[in-house]
Design a protein around this ligand. Structure first.
Ligand code: AMP
Ligand code: TRP
Length: 354
Protein backbone atom coordinates (compact mmCIF):
# COMPACT_ATOMS: atom_id res chain seq x y z
CA UNK A 1 0.00 0.00 0.00
CA UNK A 2 2.78 2.37 0.89
CA UNK A 3 4.33 1.99 -2.55
CA UNK A 4 1.08 2.96 -4.33
CA UNK A 5 2.21 6.53 -5.01
CA UNK A 6 4.86 8.82 -3.65
CA UNK A 7 2.65 9.56 -0.67
CA UNK A 8 0.26 6.60 -1.16
CA UNK A 9 -1.55 5.58 1.94
CA UNK A 10 -0.89 8.69 3.96
CA UNK A 11 -3.46 10.81 2.16
CA UNK A 12 -6.22 8.54 3.41
CA UNK A 13 -8.16 9.41 6.57
CA UNK A 14 -6.29 8.31 9.66
CA UNK A 15 -9.24 7.86 11.98
CA UNK A 16 -8.09 4.29 12.74
CA UNK A 17 -4.32 4.32 12.15
CA UNK A 18 -3.20 0.76 11.60
CA UNK A 19 -0.19 -0.03 13.77
CA UNK A 20 1.90 -1.25 10.83
CA UNK A 21 1.46 2.05 9.02
CA UNK A 22 3.43 3.91 11.65
CA UNK A 23 6.31 1.53 11.10
CA UNK A 24 6.03 1.23 7.35
CA UNK A 25 5.78 4.87 6.38
CA UNK A 26 8.78 7.12 6.32
CA UNK A 27 8.75 10.09 8.68
CA UNK A 28 7.19 13.12 7.15
CA UNK A 29 8.87 16.47 7.58
CA UNK A 30 7.20 19.82 6.91
CA UNK A 31 8.78 23.24 7.19
CA UNK A 32 8.03 26.78 6.08
CA UNK A 33 10.06 29.85 5.27
CA UNK A 34 8.85 33.39 4.67
CA UNK A 35 9.67 35.24 1.44
CA UNK A 36 10.26 38.43 3.38
CA UNK A 37 13.79 39.05 2.07
CA UNK A 38 16.82 37.21 0.74
CA UNK A 39 17.63 34.01 2.63
CA UNK A 40 20.18 34.59 5.41
CA UNK A 41 22.91 32.38 6.77
CA UNK A 42 20.69 32.17 9.91
CA UNK A 43 17.98 30.45 7.85
CA UNK A 44 20.60 28.25 6.24
CA UNK A 45 22.47 27.14 9.36
CA UNK A 46 19.34 26.97 11.56
CA UNK A 47 16.99 25.18 9.18
CA UNK A 48 17.64 24.82 5.44
CA UNK A 49 20.89 22.84 5.72
CA UNK A 50 18.99 20.22 7.72
CA UNK A 51 16.14 20.15 5.21
CA UNK A 52 18.66 19.30 2.52
CA UNK A 53 20.15 16.46 4.57
CA UNK A 54 16.78 15.05 5.61
CA UNK A 55 15.20 14.92 2.16
CA UNK A 56 17.06 11.69 1.41
CA UNK A 57 15.59 9.67 4.26
CA UNK A 58 12.31 11.47 4.97
CA UNK A 59 9.28 12.58 2.99
CA UNK A 60 9.97 16.28 2.93
CA UNK A 61 7.56 19.11 2.25
CA UNK A 62 8.83 22.68 2.11
CA UNK A 63 6.52 25.62 1.83
CA UNK A 64 7.24 29.23 0.92
CA UNK A 65 4.84 30.92 3.29
CA UNK A 66 3.83 34.05 1.40
CA UNK A 67 0.61 34.45 3.41
CA UNK A 68 2.68 34.75 6.58
CA UNK A 69 4.83 37.39 4.87
CA UNK A 70 1.68 39.53 4.43
CA UNK A 71 1.28 40.01 8.17
CA UNK A 72 3.63 43.02 8.22
CA UNK A 73 3.51 45.89 5.70
CA UNK A 74 5.04 44.84 2.35
CA UNK A 75 5.24 45.71 -1.32
CA UNK A 76 3.22 43.34 -3.60
CA UNK A 77 5.75 43.50 -6.45
CA UNK A 78 8.56 42.66 -4.06
CA UNK A 79 6.59 39.78 -2.58
CA UNK A 80 6.19 38.01 -5.93
CA UNK A 81 9.85 38.53 -6.83
CA UNK A 82 11.02 37.37 -3.41
CA UNK A 83 8.85 34.27 -3.61
CA UNK A 84 10.57 33.20 -6.84
CA UNK A 85 14.00 34.23 -5.54
CA UNK A 86 13.51 32.20 -2.38
CA UNK A 87 12.48 29.14 -4.39
CA UNK A 88 15.68 29.52 -6.43
CA UNK A 89 17.72 29.96 -3.23
CA UNK A 90 16.28 26.81 -1.68
CA UNK A 91 17.01 24.78 -4.81
CA UNK A 92 20.50 26.28 -5.03
CA UNK A 93 21.11 25.22 -1.42
CA UNK A 94 20.29 21.64 -2.39
CA UNK A 95 16.54 21.17 -1.97
CA UNK A 96 15.80 18.72 -4.79
CA UNK A 97 12.28 19.36 -6.12
CA UNK A 98 12.17 15.81 -7.45
CA UNK A 99 12.65 14.45 -3.96
CA UNK A 100 11.05 17.05 -1.72
CA UNK A 101 7.77 18.83 -2.39
CA UNK A 102 8.50 22.54 -2.79
CA UNK A 103 5.48 24.82 -3.15
CA UNK A 104 3.96 28.20 -2.34
CA UNK A 105 1.43 28.39 0.50
CA UNK A 106 -1.19 30.56 -1.24
CA UNK A 107 -1.45 28.06 -4.11
CA UNK A 108 -3.02 25.50 -1.78
CA UNK A 109 -6.22 27.14 -0.46
CA UNK A 110 -6.76 24.34 2.08
CA UNK A 111 -4.21 26.15 4.30
CA UNK A 112 -6.49 29.16 4.78
CA UNK A 113 -9.62 27.06 5.04
CA UNK A 114 -8.10 24.93 7.79
CA UNK A 115 -6.87 28.08 9.54
CA UNK A 116 -10.45 29.22 10.05
CA UNK A 117 -11.52 25.88 11.44
CA UNK A 118 -8.52 25.69 13.78
CA UNK A 119 -9.16 29.23 14.95
CA UNK A 120 -12.35 27.95 16.56
CA UNK A 121 -10.20 25.60 18.66
CA UNK A 122 -7.50 28.15 19.51
CA UNK A 123 -7.85 30.31 22.59
CA UNK A 124 -7.51 34.05 22.38
CA UNK A 125 -5.24 33.94 25.46
CA UNK A 126 -2.94 31.37 23.86
CA UNK A 127 -2.33 33.63 20.88
CA UNK A 128 -1.78 36.63 23.16
CA UNK A 129 1.08 34.76 24.87
CA UNK A 130 3.07 34.19 21.66
CA UNK A 131 6.37 36.00 22.10
CA UNK A 132 6.78 36.57 18.36
CA UNK A 133 3.44 38.43 18.29
CA UNK A 134 4.49 40.49 21.29
CA UNK A 135 7.86 41.30 19.65
CA UNK A 136 6.51 42.13 16.20
CA UNK A 137 3.26 43.77 17.37
CA UNK A 138 5.01 45.75 20.13
CA UNK A 139 1.70 46.22 21.92
CA UNK A 140 0.39 48.45 19.11
CA UNK A 141 -3.43 48.21 18.89
CA UNK A 142 -3.34 49.11 15.20
CA UNK A 143 -1.28 46.09 14.23
CA UNK A 144 -3.07 43.83 11.67
CA UNK A 145 -5.00 40.98 13.25
CA UNK A 146 -3.30 38.64 10.73
CA UNK A 147 -0.17 38.97 12.86
CA UNK A 148 -2.19 37.70 15.84
CA UNK A 149 -3.56 34.83 13.74
CA UNK A 150 -0.15 33.95 12.31
CA UNK A 151 0.39 30.88 14.57
CA UNK A 152 -3.01 29.42 13.59
CA UNK A 153 -2.04 29.55 9.92
CA UNK A 154 1.28 27.93 10.83
CA UNK A 155 -0.52 25.16 12.74
CA UNK A 156 -2.74 24.57 9.69
CA UNK A 157 0.35 24.42 7.41
CA UNK A 158 1.83 21.68 9.55
CA UNK A 159 -1.07 19.42 10.47
CA UNK A 160 -2.72 19.51 7.04
CA UNK A 161 0.05 17.14 5.91
CA UNK A 162 0.01 14.70 8.86
CA UNK A 163 3.49 15.94 9.67
CA UNK A 164 5.65 14.01 12.12
CA UNK A 165 8.52 16.44 12.48
CA UNK A 166 9.10 20.16 11.96
CA UNK A 167 12.76 21.16 11.52
CA UNK A 168 13.02 24.80 12.61
CA UNK A 169 15.22 27.21 14.53
CA UNK A 170 14.73 27.84 18.24
CA UNK A 171 12.55 30.93 17.58
CA UNK A 172 9.72 28.68 16.38
CA UNK A 173 9.54 26.38 19.42
CA UNK A 174 6.57 28.16 20.98
CA UNK A 175 4.61 28.05 17.72
CA UNK A 176 5.12 24.29 17.43
CA UNK A 177 3.99 23.81 21.04
CA UNK A 178 0.81 25.72 20.19
CA UNK A 179 0.34 23.59 17.05
CA UNK A 180 0.50 20.45 19.17
CA UNK A 181 -2.00 21.84 21.69
CA UNK A 182 -4.46 22.86 18.98
CA UNK A 183 -4.16 19.52 17.14
CA UNK A 184 -4.67 17.60 20.38
CA UNK A 185 -7.69 19.71 21.26
CA UNK A 186 -9.17 19.20 17.80
CA UNK A 187 -8.65 15.43 18.05
CA UNK A 188 -10.31 15.27 21.46
CA UNK A 189 -13.33 17.26 20.26
CA UNK A 190 -13.84 15.72 16.80
CA UNK A 191 -12.03 12.37 17.03
CA UNK A 192 -8.53 11.34 15.91
CA UNK A 193 -7.89 13.39 12.79
CA UNK A 194 -4.41 14.90 12.97
CA UNK A 195 -0.95 13.54 13.67
CA UNK A 196 0.66 15.43 16.56
CA UNK A 197 3.94 16.87 15.21
CA UNK A 198 7.25 17.16 17.03
CA UNK A 199 9.58 20.15 16.87
CA UNK A 200 13.01 19.21 15.50
CA UNK A 201 15.42 21.85 16.79
CA UNK A 202 19.15 21.20 16.65
CA UNK A 203 21.39 22.54 19.34
CA UNK A 204 24.02 23.83 16.93
CA UNK A 205 22.83 26.63 14.67
CA UNK A 206 19.41 26.87 16.31
CA UNK A 207 19.95 30.54 17.01
CA UNK A 208 22.31 32.54 14.83
CA UNK A 209 22.48 36.08 16.20
CA UNK A 210 22.54 39.43 14.39
CA UNK A 211 25.97 40.73 13.36
CA UNK A 212 25.17 44.22 14.65
CA UNK A 213 23.59 43.05 17.92
CA UNK A 214 24.38 39.59 19.33
CA UNK A 215 21.40 39.81 21.70
CA UNK A 216 18.95 39.68 18.75
CA UNK A 217 18.43 36.86 16.26
CA UNK A 218 19.74 37.29 12.73
CA UNK A 219 16.75 38.11 10.55
CA UNK A 220 16.14 39.10 6.95
CA UNK A 221 13.69 41.69 8.21
CA UNK A 222 16.47 43.38 10.21
CA UNK A 223 18.64 46.05 8.53
CA UNK A 224 21.37 44.82 6.14
CA UNK A 225 24.07 45.15 8.84
CA UNK A 226 22.13 42.53 10.80
CA UNK A 227 22.61 39.60 8.43
CA UNK A 228 24.55 37.94 5.64
CA UNK A 229 22.30 36.90 2.77
CA UNK A 230 22.83 34.54 -0.13
CA UNK A 231 22.39 37.48 -2.46
CA UNK A 232 25.38 39.30 -0.86
CA UNK A 233 28.53 39.64 -2.97
CA UNK A 234 31.93 38.54 -1.58
CA UNK A 235 32.81 42.20 -0.96
CA UNK A 236 29.60 42.79 0.95
CA UNK A 237 30.29 39.70 3.05
CA UNK A 238 33.82 40.96 3.84
CA UNK A 239 32.46 44.38 4.75
CA UNK A 240 29.68 43.01 6.94
CA UNK A 241 31.96 40.64 8.86
CA UNK A 242 34.53 43.38 9.26
CA UNK A 243 31.88 45.66 10.77
CA UNK A 244 30.28 42.97 12.96
CA UNK A 245 30.30 44.02 16.60
CA UNK A 246 32.83 42.33 18.88
CA UNK A 247 33.07 42.02 22.66
CA UNK A 248 35.29 44.02 24.97
CA UNK A 249 38.74 42.47 25.40
CA UNK A 250 40.49 40.55 22.66
CA UNK A 251 39.98 36.86 23.44
CA UNK A 252 38.46 34.69 20.73
CA UNK A 253 36.37 32.34 22.88
CA UNK A 254 32.76 31.15 22.78
CA UNK A 255 31.77 32.10 26.33
CA UNK A 256 28.39 33.45 27.45
CA UNK A 257 30.03 36.69 28.55
CA UNK A 258 31.38 37.07 24.97
CA UNK A 259 28.10 36.84 22.98
CA UNK A 260 29.50 38.39 19.80
CA UNK A 261 32.50 36.04 19.58
CA UNK A 262 30.35 33.08 20.58
CA UNK A 263 28.08 33.86 17.62
CA UNK A 264 30.93 34.40 15.12
CA UNK A 265 32.73 31.26 16.26
CA UNK A 266 29.47 29.33 15.97
CA UNK A 267 29.02 30.50 12.37
CA UNK A 268 32.64 29.68 11.55
CA UNK A 269 32.34 26.24 13.11
CA UNK A 270 29.12 25.36 11.27
CA UNK A 271 30.34 26.57 7.90
CA UNK A 272 33.65 24.75 8.09
CA UNK A 273 32.57 21.72 10.16
CA UNK A 274 35.30 22.48 12.69
CA UNK A 275 34.65 22.07 16.43
CA UNK A 276 34.56 25.41 18.29
CA UNK A 277 37.28 24.21 20.68
CA UNK A 278 39.62 23.69 17.71
CA UNK A 279 38.93 27.21 16.44
CA UNK A 280 39.47 28.68 19.93
CA UNK A 281 42.84 26.91 20.09
CA UNK A 282 43.79 28.11 16.59
CA UNK A 283 43.07 31.75 17.47
CA UNK A 284 44.84 32.04 20.82
CA UNK A 285 46.81 35.31 20.73
CA UNK A 286 45.44 36.28 17.29
CA UNK A 287 43.63 39.61 16.89
CA UNK A 288 39.99 40.14 15.95
CA UNK A 289 41.06 41.56 12.56
CA UNK A 290 42.74 38.37 11.37
CA UNK A 291 39.95 36.20 12.78
CA UNK A 292 37.33 38.21 10.90
CA UNK A 293 39.28 38.08 7.63
CA UNK A 294 39.52 34.29 7.89
CA UNK A 295 35.86 33.97 8.79
CA UNK A 296 34.73 36.10 5.84
CA UNK A 297 36.81 33.99 3.43
CA UNK A 298 35.43 30.75 4.91
CA UNK A 299 31.85 31.98 4.42
CA UNK A 300 32.58 33.19 0.88
CA UNK A 301 34.15 29.85 -0.04
CA UNK A 302 31.20 27.82 1.27
CA UNK A 303 28.63 30.08 -0.36
CA UNK A 304 30.35 30.30 -3.76
CA UNK A 305 28.96 27.07 -5.30
CA UNK A 306 25.47 27.86 -3.99
CA UNK A 307 25.65 31.37 -5.41
CA UNK A 308 26.82 30.06 -8.79
CA UNK A 309 23.84 27.67 -8.95
CA UNK A 310 21.56 30.49 -7.84
CA UNK A 311 22.67 32.72 -10.71
CA UNK A 312 21.88 29.93 -13.20
CA UNK A 313 18.45 29.31 -11.72
CA UNK A 314 17.57 32.99 -11.65
CA UNK A 315 18.30 33.23 -15.34
CA UNK A 316 15.22 31.06 -16.00
CA UNK A 317 12.31 32.23 -13.79
CA UNK A 318 9.78 30.31 -15.93
CA UNK A 319 11.45 27.07 -14.90
CA UNK A 320 11.11 28.07 -11.22
CA UNK A 321 7.38 28.68 -11.75
CA UNK A 322 7.07 25.25 -13.41
CA UNK A 323 8.81 23.59 -10.49
CA UNK A 324 6.54 25.35 -8.00
CA UNK A 325 3.41 24.41 -9.95
CA UNK A 326 4.43 20.79 -9.86
CA UNK A 327 4.99 21.14 -6.10
CA UNK A 328 1.48 22.58 -5.74
CA UNK A 329 -0.04 19.57 -7.48
CA UNK A 330 1.80 17.14 -5.23
CA UNK A 331 0.93 19.13 -2.08
CA UNK A 332 -2.76 19.19 -3.03
CA UNK A 333 -2.78 15.43 -3.45
CA UNK A 334 -2.28 15.30 0.31
CA UNK A 335 -4.08 18.47 1.42
CA UNK A 336 -7.36 17.97 -0.47
CA UNK A 337 -8.37 14.60 1.02
CA UNK A 338 -7.19 15.68 4.46
CA UNK A 339 -9.35 18.78 4.27
CA UNK A 340 -12.33 16.72 3.15
CA UNK A 341 -11.84 14.55 6.22
CA UNK A 342 -11.83 17.71 8.38
CA UNK A 343 -15.03 18.94 6.71
CA UNK A 344 -16.70 15.66 7.49
CA UNK A 345 -15.67 15.34 11.13
CA UNK A 346 -16.61 18.95 11.86
CA UNK A 347 -20.05 18.61 10.27
CA UNK A 348 -19.62 21.18 7.50
CA UNK A 349 -19.46 18.71 4.62
CA UNK A 350 -22.76 18.02 2.88
CA UNK A 351 -21.43 14.78 1.41
CA UNK A 352 -23.45 11.79 2.45
CA UNK A 353 -21.98 8.62 3.86
CA UNK A 354 -19.98 9.74 6.82
P1 AMP B 1 11.86 32.70 8.58
O1 AMP B 1 12.90 33.38 7.78
O2 AMP B 1 11.50 33.48 9.83
O3 AMP B 1 10.68 32.29 7.78
O4 AMP B 1 12.52 31.35 9.12
C1 AMP B 1 12.70 30.18 8.35
C2 AMP B 1 13.45 29.14 9.16
O5 AMP B 1 14.76 29.60 9.49
C3 AMP B 1 12.76 28.82 10.50
O6 AMP B 1 12.92 27.44 10.77
C4 AMP B 1 13.53 29.63 11.49
O7 AMP B 1 13.49 29.08 12.79
C5 AMP B 1 14.94 29.57 10.90
N1 AMP B 1 15.71 30.76 11.30
C6 AMP B 1 15.43 32.05 10.96
N2 AMP B 1 16.34 32.88 11.49
C7 AMP B 1 17.20 32.10 12.20
C8 AMP B 1 18.37 32.39 12.99
N3 AMP B 1 18.81 33.63 13.16
N4 AMP B 1 19.01 31.33 13.56
C9 AMP B 1 18.58 30.06 13.38
N5 AMP B 1 17.48 29.74 12.66
C10 AMP B 1 16.80 30.74 12.07
N1 TRP C 1 6.74 30.97 11.29
C1 TRP C 1 7.85 30.38 10.61
C2 TRP C 1 9.05 31.33 10.66
O1 TRP C 1 8.92 32.51 10.73
C3 TRP C 1 7.55 30.09 9.16
C4 TRP C 1 6.52 29.02 9.02
C5 TRP C 1 5.24 29.15 8.57
C6 TRP C 1 6.71 27.64 9.33
N2 TRP C 1 4.62 27.97 8.56
C7 TRP C 1 5.47 27.01 9.01
C8 TRP C 1 7.78 26.90 9.81
C9 TRP C 1 5.30 25.65 9.20
C10 TRP C 1 7.59 25.52 10.02
C11 TRP C 1 6.37 24.90 9.70
O2 TRP C 1 10.14 30.86 10.61
Amino acid sequence: MVGASAFGSIAEPRTQPAPFEAVARRKRVFSGIQPSGSMTIGNYLGAVRRWVRQQHERQSIHCIVNLHAMTLPYDPIDLRRRTLDLAAELIACGIDPEKAILFVQSEVPEHTELTWILSTQTMFGELGRMTQFKDKGRGDERVGSGLFFYPVLMAADIILYDTDSVPVGEDQRQHIELTRDVAQRFNSVFGETFVIPEADIEKEGARIMALDDPTKKMSKSGGPANYIAFMDSPDEIRRKINRAVTDSGSEIVARDDKPAMKNLLGIYSLFTDTPISELEARYVGVGYGQFKRDLAEAIIEQMAPIQARLAELQADPDEIVRILNRGTERAREIATPKMEQVRQVTGISLKAGW
